[in-house]
Design a protein around this ligand. Sequence first.
Ligand code: SF4
Length: 340
Amino acid sequence: MLGSRVDVTDVRLPRFPVFLPMASCPRRCVYCHQGEITGEGGVPPASVKESLARLETPHEICYFGGSFTCLPEEQRGAYLDAVRSAPDGSVVRFSTHPLCVAGPVLRGLSTHPVSMIELGVSSLDDTVLAACNRGYTGEFALGVMDLVMREGYRLGVQLMTGLPGQSEESSLEDLRRIALLRDRAGAPAVSLRIYPCLVLEKTGLSEMFRRGDYSAPSLDHAVLHAGRMLREAKRLGFLVQRVGLHDTPSLSTNVVAGPYHPAFGELARSVELVACLLEANPAGPWEIDGRRRSMLFGHDRYGLRHLADRTGLSPSRIEELIRFKEVMTGRRGTNDVPGD
Ligand code: SF4
């Protein structure tokens, strides 16, 4: 079934991101204003082609920020054809909305080296999806994921935390449902991105927030939520590509409320590390890969303080109970894949 699909199990190409903010989105999600996040407008296919022709090594071309498969066929084809200008061995991935994925659209991609299709799913909880104006149910989104996997494409799923009406348990249940689907489809690894919901200017959510119909979670609460999701995601065998939004000056100046932090992902990874340590040994001592030192001592010792909170031990006692193991290989941590 893979045919021209790229087996990307080991794709580790440098990325060439192209942002197409809100391009052809079928509806406006309540929290979204992509232009505010990226601070960019769309790039026409001819400009992409020119830039790609100047690359000297193969890249993974990433069309992010809109609903790629909802673009008019001609425009979508032009963006895909532009990839042919990149050096041989280059591949393409894109993000899209679940409402824009159907069998014929997927089959139309078969002559292109598609490395991954990322679905912006947000949640599988019907109440949350309705509150966010996503336009589909959790069952529908699962059906689309199933289709992507069964057509032989590598699947990426983008989930969010802190959405209107969403609980931590509902997020964890989303992960379990996706893992079950993946296992039934016999698909290889599924990649995840986990984004915290922020209240941005000029969005429906900012109106809800100002009316008092939505309260944004605190940074601490959101980091714990994302950290627990990360732990569950890894336990279920997902590859987690990113936790937290890519920080830009435009994003930080447009946040009205919500758990904005430029190192949100690192804080969540600290929570995940602490969960792993406590599962291995609730009271210590702990041996930790030296490359993860910053997850305990970075950001004003966030991880260390969290471990102290969880155990009731003092930070100085925790330090006595930790031994860092220096690893001599140049390899990344087991669950890390190149982020963007
Ligand atoms: S969240 Fe995604 S699908 Fe929704 S409006 Fe924004 S870019 Fe479009």
